[in-house]
Design a protein around this ligand. Structure first.
Ligand code: GLN
Length: 248
């Protein structure tokens, strides 16, 4: 059931997020501690996106397990970034294992990830997909629920919607069309991170100048807080706000 994380704060090495912590994303790829919803390991691909000092994010993805990549540890040790989004994937049964199905998905400034599953895929969400431009559908990153979720969020972002609204509206629409779906989404432009807790675990560690959101805490630091299900987190370097995904 995939594991993902997003970091905002002073520049840190990618290694300090992906490899070094006791429950790093590497560790979570073979021994996750919380895989509610199925799956045992996250070995069907991985990806990391980060923001250079200037410009759009750089993305690195592969279709195999994180532990089998012998190049990334060295690169990650010397690559520093103040905004990072990374994920390891456990493909949902019936969904292909290919590089383009691994998060993060990206366009322009944006990086996106989905942890979960759309129930009744694809039939349940055909009416929602039909609202997208045909071009978006025939250029989906991959024939997966996560890629369609990205297309739905991206369509709203392209329309000028604020990122928190785009995530909340997408979770609401897909949750209504496909009840019981697990829709933990992560979206960042390098300045703001938006995260939904909808059916899956999500934890947060916020300090004076940094925030880390992750499917599972990366270590035993007592500052980690679980994000209750049904919440939307909007984090910047200046602070973190949490509200109900569904207003009212
Ligand atoms: N269902 C998605 C996929 O197969 C997301 C993966 C997950 O969270 N297990 O890519």
């Amino acid at each position: 059931m995939c594991r993902h994380l997003a970091y905002l704060g002073p520049p840190v090495s990618l290694r300090s997020l992906l490899y070094d912590p006791p429950y790093s994303l590497l560790r979570q790829s073979w021994a996750p501690r919380d895989m509610r919803g199925g799956g045992t390991i996250n070995a069907d691909g991985f990806g990391v996106g980060w923001y250079p000092a200037d410009g759009d994010p750089i993305r690195y993805r592969r279709d195999g397990p994180l532990w089998s990549d012998t190049t990334l540890p060295g690169l990650a040790g010397v690559t520093l970034a103040g905004a990072v989004l990374a994920a390891v994937r456990s493909a949902t049964v019936g969904m292909p294992t290919q590089e383009s199905a691994a998060a993060p998905f990206t366009e322009g400034r944006w990086l996106f990830s989905h942890n979960g599953v759309v129930l009744g895929w694809p039939d349940a969400v055909v009416p929602l997909a039909a609202e997208l431009p045909v071009r978006d559908l025939i250029t989906l990153d991959a024939p997966t629920d996560s890629a369609l979720l990205w297309a739905l969020v991206r369509h709203r972002l392209r329309g000028g919607e604020d990122p928190a609204a785009a995530v909340a509206a997408t979770v609401a629409a897909v949750g209504a069309a496909a009840p019981g779906s697990r829709l933990n989404l992560l979206l960042t432009d390098g300045r703001t991170v938006v995260a939904s807790a909808a059916g899956h675990a999500l934890s947060m560690r916020a300090t004076q100048d940094a925030v880390l959101l992750a499917s599972e805490p990366l270590d035993d630091d007592p500052d980690w807080r679980p994000v209750p299900d049904g919440q939307l987190v909007v984090a910047t370097r200046g602070g973190v706000r949490t509200r109900a995904l569904v207003d009212g």
